[in-house]
Write a protein that binds this ligand. Structure first.
Ligand SMILES: [Ca+2]
Ligand SMILES: [Ca+2]
Ligand SMILES: [Ca+2]
Length: 160
């Protein structure tokens, strides 16, 4: 019931839309930046963490969204080797990058020059890399890193 009220209030203006505590709003999404030492997990664990929070790893749809994430990450004062998992991966078909296990092929990309590079033979998960000023990197999925969850306003599912 409470959830229904919050969702419908989004219909009458974004100013009334509410993100959970510790989540950050941008446009029609709420984001959680998991950047505590205890948040360093593998990509698959990060998938789980986001779904436990009724969200998913971040999907970058536009340059504006990418720029928002970069700006926010810069404010977190990360160490130069810190990385942040997104939903992007090429786990199923090498060099075919998708968001999650969906058919959302990644078309707009923000790779650092020279990436993705399969460094060390098998890098299948997409991260924002602090050392690259938060441009994208392909990284070993089993490496423990921070992560970013996103949940979008369910605008299309409200009517009816
Ligand atoms: Ca998004
Ligand atoms: Ca790969
Ligand atoms: Ca790489």
């Amino acid at each position: 019931m409470l959830r229904a009220i919050l969702i419908s209030s989004c219909l009458f203006g974004l100013a009334l839309c509410v993100c959970q505590n510790d989540w950050v709003r941008y446009e029609n999404s709420c984001y959680y930046f998991a950047d505590l030492p205890s948040n360093r997990v593998t990509w698959h664990q990060a998938l789980q963490e986001c779904s436990w929070n009724e969200s998913r790893l971040v999907i970058i749809e536009t340059k504006a969204e990418n720029d928002f994430i970069k700006r926010h990450l810069a404010q977190l004062h990360p160490q130069s080797e810190d990385q942040y998992w997104t939903f992007g991966n090429d786990i199923h078909f090498e060099a075919s990058w998708n968001w999650g296990e969906t058919p959302f092929k990644i078309t707009t990309t923000f790779w650092y020059p020279g990436e993705p590079n399969q460094n060390g033979g098998e890098e299948d998960c997409l991260s924002f890399y602090t050392r690259y000023n938060f441009a994208w990197n392909d990284e070993h999925c089993d490496r423990p890193e921070y992560y970013i969850c996103e949940t979008e306003d369910p605008v299309n599912s409200i009517i009816g």
